[in-house]
Ligand binder design. Structure first.
Ligand SMILES: *Cc1c(COP(=O)(O)O)cnc(C)c1O
Length: 357
C-alpha cells in the first residue's frame, strides 16, 4: 500500500538513547533538558533566534488568536487544513475569507483590502504546501490598517524567503510537527515571534499563565511539548537534510515524468527556498480527479484530497462563495511523497495518471 505520506522513523535504538536521558532524570515534561535541547537545535537548523516548542500545531494558533485576534474579524484563506479556520471559530473570532491566487494557492493579497472592516483585528494566512504567502504585501496592509499578522506555517518547516526563515515573518508564526508533517515529533509543534513582549506572552500562555509556582502573569493554557516528543524530534532532526534531498528526488521525478501539459502543478513563490513538503496536482475537472483517484486506489495507491472542501463551505464558518478556492479544492490531489518511494512505484503512479488524463 502506498499512502500520500509515510512517517519517517529513525532507528529505534537512537530513540531509546534519547529516552534513556529522560529516564535517568525521571523527568517527562515541563520543559526538561530534551525540550530545551530540541529548541536550541531547531534554532540552529532554522537559523532563527526564538522558538517555543508546543504539544501540537493547533493550540499555538489558538493562543495567537487569543492574544491578537481579540474576538474580532480575522481575514483568512479558504484553502488550508480545517485547523486554520476551526481555530478562529473556536476562539470566538469571525473568519472573513479572501479568495486565493490560482497558481500560488496562497491568500490573494490583492483582495484583502476589500475585506477589511472596522472589526478586523488580524490576518491569518497559511503558507500552504510550504509555499510562502506574499509576506511583503500583507505586511504593508497590516501596517496601513493597524492589523496583526499570524501565519499558519504548519507546512513550512525549513522554508526560507529572501534568505530568511519563513518563521521570521508576521507577528506570530506557528508550525506543526505532526507525524504526517515534514519534520515531526509524533504530535507536536512550535510558535515563533521576533517581538520580545509577545514572546513573553506566548511563553506564559503555553504554561497556564505561570509566573512562579504560586503567581500568574495572566490567562494560560497547556501547550507544552513533552520530553518524549522532544526525544523523537532530536532523532528525526539529525536526518533532516537527507529527508529533504530524498523528497526533492521524488519531486524531480514527478516534474520530469508527469504530463504537465494536461495538469497544473504548484507554482513556488519567487525568492523562496521550498521544502518539498507536498506534491499537489490540479486536474482540469473533478471528474478527471475522481477517475484517476479510483484508478490509483485500485492499485493500492492512496493520494489525498488536500485540501477539500474549501473552508468557506464548511457549515460552522458561514463563509461567502470563494470561486477560485472552491474550484481548486474540487480538482486538487496530493500525490505520494516520502522517503523510500522506489522508482518502480513512482513509474507506476506516473503512468496510471498519464494514461488516464
Ligand atoms: C497539520 C496542520 C495544522 C495542525 O497541526 P496539528 O499539529 O495536527 O495540530 C494546522 N494547520 C495546517 C495548515 C495543517 O496542515
Amino acid at each position: 500500500m502506498i499512502n500520500v505520506t509515510k512517517t519517517f522513523l529513525p532507528p529505534l535504538e537512537e530513540y531509546n538513547i534519547q529516552l534513556q536521558r529522560a529516564w535517568n532524570k525521571e523527568w517527562l515534561t515541563n520543559r526538561g533538558e530534551l525540550v530545551l535541547e530540541l529548541e536550541e537545535k531547531l534554532k540552529k537548523y532554522l537559523n532563527i533566534s526564538n522558538i517555543i516548542a508546543t504539544n501540537n500545531g493547533t493550540v499555538p494558533l489558538q493562543i495567537a488568536l487569543k492574544l491578537l485576534g481579540k474576538q474580532g474579524e480575522i481575514i483568512t484563506t479558504p484553502f488550508s487544513y480545517a485547523a486554520t479556520s476551526a481555530a478562529i471559530v473556536w476562539e470566538n473570532c469571525t473568519p472573513v475569507f479572501v479568495d486565493i491566487h490560482p497558481e500560488y494557492l496562497t491568500i490573494d493579497e490583492t483582495k484583502i483590502e476589500n475585506a477589511i472592516t472596522d472589526k478586523t483585528t488580524a490576518i491569518l494566512a497559511t503558507h500552504v504546501f510550504g509555499n510562502p504567502c506574499n509576506v511583503e504585501a500583507i505586511e504593508n496592509l497590516a501596517k496601513k490598517y493597524n492589523l496583526k499578522v499570524i501565519y499558519d506555517a504548519a507546512h513550512a518547516f525549513g522554508v526560507t524567503y529572501k534568505d530568511k526563515s519563513i518563521f521570521d515573518y508576521g507577528d506570530i508564526s506557528t508550525c506543526s510537527f505532526h507525524a504526517t508533517k515534514l519534520f515531526h515529533t509524533g504530535e507536536g509543534g512550535a510558535m515563533f515571534t521576533n517581538n520580545t513582549e509577545l514572546h513573553h506572552k506566548l511563553f506564559y500562555s503555553h504554561n497556564f499563565g505561570h509566573k512562579t509556582a504560586l503567581t500568574f502573569h495572566g490567562l494560560g493554557i497547556n501547550a507544552k511539548m513533552s520530553e518524549l516528543q522532544a526525544a523523537l524530534g532530536i532523532c528525526v532532526l539529525s536526518y533532516m537534510n537527507n529527508i529533504i534531498s530524498q523528497r526533492k528526488k521524488v519531486v524531480d521525478f514527478y516534474n520530469t515524468h508527469l504530463n504537465l501539459n494536461k495538469i497544473q502543478i504548484l507554482k513556488i513563490r519567487e525568492n523562496s527556498n521550498w521544502n518539498y513538503s507536498y506534491y499537489p496536482v490540479i486536474f482540469n475537472s473533478e471528474k478527471d480527479l475522481l477517475n484517476i483517484e479510483s484508478k490509483l486506489n485500485e492499485n493500492k495507491i492512496f493520494p489525498r484530497r488536500y485540501f477539500y472542501p474549501s473552508l468557506n463551505t464548511i457549515e460552522y464558518t458561514k463563509g461567502e462563495e470563494m470561486p477560485i478556492s472552491e474550484s481548486i479544492a474540487a480538482r486538487i490531489l496530493c500525490l505520494p511523497l516520502y522517503v523510500g518511494l522506489s522508482n518502480e512505484e513512482l513509474l507506476n503512479i506516473v503512468s496510471l495518471i498519464n494514461l488516464n488524463l
